[in-house]
Design a protein around this ligand. Sequence first.
Ligand code: NAG
Ligand code: NAG
Ligand code: NAG
Length: 458
Amino acid sequence: GAGVLEAAPGPLAGPPRASRAPGASVRPPRQEPGPPAQEVDCLESTLEKSLQAKFPSDLKVSILLDFTRGSRGRKNSRTMLLPLLQRFPEQVRVSLFHTPNLRGLLRLLMPERFNETIGLQHIKVYLFDNSVILSGANLSDSYFTNRQDRYVFLQDCPEVADFFTELVDAVGDVSLQLQGDDTVQVVEGMVHPYKGDRAAYCKAANKRVMDVINSARTRQQLLHAQTFHSDSLLTQEDAAAAGDRRPAPDTWIYPLIQMKPFEIQIDEIITETLLTEAERGARIYLTTGYFNLTQAYMDLVLGTRADYRILLASPEVNGFFGAKGVAGAIPAAYVHIERQFYREVCSLGQQERVQLQEYWRRGWTFHAKGLWLYLAGSSLPCLTLIGSPNFGYRSVHRDLEAQIAIVTENRALQQQLHQEQEQLYLRSGVVSSATFEQPSRKVKLWVKMVTPLIKNFF
Ligand SMILES: *[C@@H]1O[C@H](CO)[C@@H](O)[C@H](O)[C@H]1NC(C)=O
Ligand SMILES: *[C@@H]1O[C@H](CO)[C@@H](O)[C@H](O)[C@H]1NC(C)=O
Ligand SMILES: *[C@@H]1O[C@H](CO)[C@@H](O)[C@H](O)[C@H]1NC(C)=O
C-alpha cells in the first residue's frame, strides 16, 4: 500500500536512484526539474490499473494532510484529492489533521493562514510498500525546480516502512476523515479534535501514537539484542558464507517523533542529548531554512564544546523574499534574529567555534534542514538527522514532526552523507560583522517590532 503524508499535490519526481549502500542512499540536491507527471493523475492511473488487474484490488492509498493547509484557498489539496476519493472509495483514504489547540472563538476569529500558526501536521514521509522517502519537502512544484531541500530514500527497509505506515495510520485515526461530499467525519470512537474535550482528545491521541512507538521500540530492542549481544554473532563474512542470515548491520535508523500537543517529545530529547554529548573536536553541521533555535538548543550550542557550522538562508533565498504585506517582513525578521545570535556568539568570543553560514543561490529558495555529526578526528559523518523539524519553536512546541537519525559506519554511506553536506555548504558564505553592514541588511525598526508577533509562523 502507499501512504503519503503532508503531500501538496504537484509534479512527482522521477524514480529515486537505486541505493548502493545497504539500508539507505542519499540523493544529491536536485539540479533539474522533474518530469511533468502530475502526482494525483499518477495515483489515479495506478488505482485504475490495479482494478483492471484484480477485483477487488488490494492497492491502498492513504494520504494525511494538515487540515488548515490542505483546505487553504479555493483550489487546494483537498479539492484536488476529492475526485480520487469519489472514484475509489474502497481504496483511498484522506485524513486531515486538525490541531486540538485551534478551537472555540480562536478558531472562528483567526483569519486564513493565521490559523495555520496554531499547529500543523508537518511530517513529510512518502511510503511505497517497503520503501520510504523522508524529507522536509511537501511535493509542491517549487521543490522539483528551484527550492533546496533534503531527501533520503530507504529502499526495501520493511522495519522503517512498517513503523511509518503505522504512524500514518495512527495520526490518520486521530484526524478528520474526508468524505466524498467534501465533509469530514471523526473516526468512530475517537474524540473530536476541536469540538470534543481537549484533554480527552490529547490523551487518546497520545495513546494511539505511543502504542505505535512502543511496539516499534520493542522490535528494535530485540533486533539490537540479536545483533550486539548474541553468542552466535556472525561477522559479515560468516553470514555471507552461512547464507542463512542477514549480515550484521552497519547502519541503524531511529525514528524521532515530536508531537508536543500530545506530550510526545522524543525528537527534542534526542536532539538535546546529541548537542550535549558532542565532545570537543567534534563538528556539528546544523542547517535550517528558518533559523530561530529554541532557547534550550541555543544554550546548548553556545554552552557546549563541539564546533558548529550553522547553515541558514540568506534573506534573498528565504521563501518569503518579496512577499506581499506583513509576510514581506519575514526575511528581515530572520536577519534580525541571525544578528542577535551572531552578537551573542561574538560577545562570548566564540566566533571560531560557532560559525554561521548563509546559503545563497540565484533564483532559488532554501528549505533544507537537518544535522550531520562528525566525531573528533573524523573526516566523515557517522550520524545525520533528516526530516521535518526546523529546530525552532514551532517544531518543538506546536507541530507534529518526524525525522530519522541515521547512524552508520558504512563508508560508502558516510561518504554520500558527507558529499550532501558539502554540496549544500559550498553555496554559502561565512557570516561576519560585515554581513550586517550591507545596505540590504538594514533591519527597519518596524520589522524589529513585529518580529515577536510573526514568530509563530515557523
Ligand atoms: C508546501 O510547501 C510550499 C513551499 O514551502 C508552501 O508554500 C505550501 O503552503 C505547502 N503546502 C501545503 C499544503 O502545506
Ligand atoms: C482558517 O481560516 C479560514 C478563513 O477564515 C477558514 O476558511 C478555515 O476553515 C479555517 N480553518 C480552520 C481549521 O478553522
Ligand atoms: C524565535 O524563538 C523564540 C523562542 O524560542 C521566540 O521567543 C521568538 O519570538 C522567535 N522568533 C521568530 C521570528 O520566530
